[in-house]
Design a binder for this molecule. Sequence first.
Ligand code: F6R
Length: 240
Amino acid sequence: MKVVRGTEDEISRLIAEEFIKQIQKKHNSVLGLATGTSPLKVYANLVKANQEGRVSFKDVVTFNLDEYIGLEGTHEQSYRYFMNVNLFDHIDIDKNLTHVLKGVGDYEDYAKKYDDLIASFGGIDLQILGIGSDGHIAFNEPGTPFDSLTHVAELAESTIIDNSRLFNDISEVPTKAVTMGLQSIMNAKKIVLIATGRNKAKAIKELLRGDKSIENPASVLQDHPDCTIYVDDEAYSLAK
Ligand code: F6R
């Protein structure tokens, strides 16, 4: 794994440039996308680049990592809603080519088909990840097998607490999600992970300095042939 250090603005810009390069190289690139606070500035940079005419998303295909079970895509805390509001509504992407796991209805069935659907587009060219304070990537919590494909997952208590900041009350945070598995993520050709802030320092230390262990889901990335970890000083502080 390569490490790139900078301020949140710097690393967000660098990651956005990776996405732009990828799309310039292959107009119908398949992108793996994340929600949460971490990628917000990356997406803002992509919106700007699209509006300035530097890059077009019209043939780009996307797959999101995860979705809460029980939330319709129109719910303000759903990840479909997040993607529309923070990226898709502002760029020239064909929304029919944007895939987000379903949180309601036949969500289990859709989850079972998700890895094959990704493969039918040739696999993910570039995947962006955040990381949870407990080392989760997507919603793969500690204990998730490294060979997992897309599946239904229970959220760890620490994740429910972390994510409750976005809900009116902690009781409203869904306790289950559908998520790409660790193997699904490892299948991506290239991975970038972004982590900022003190709350991520322990997870980044364990990712960069710890052993590969299923108690630390992100440690699976240690074996990926093309994975770069982008961190600010606070997130890197315990890994020095
Ligand atoms: C979101 C996702 C999660 C987040 C992680 C960090 O799609 O897969 O693993 O990346 O929980 O969240 P933030 O960025 O909000 O700190």
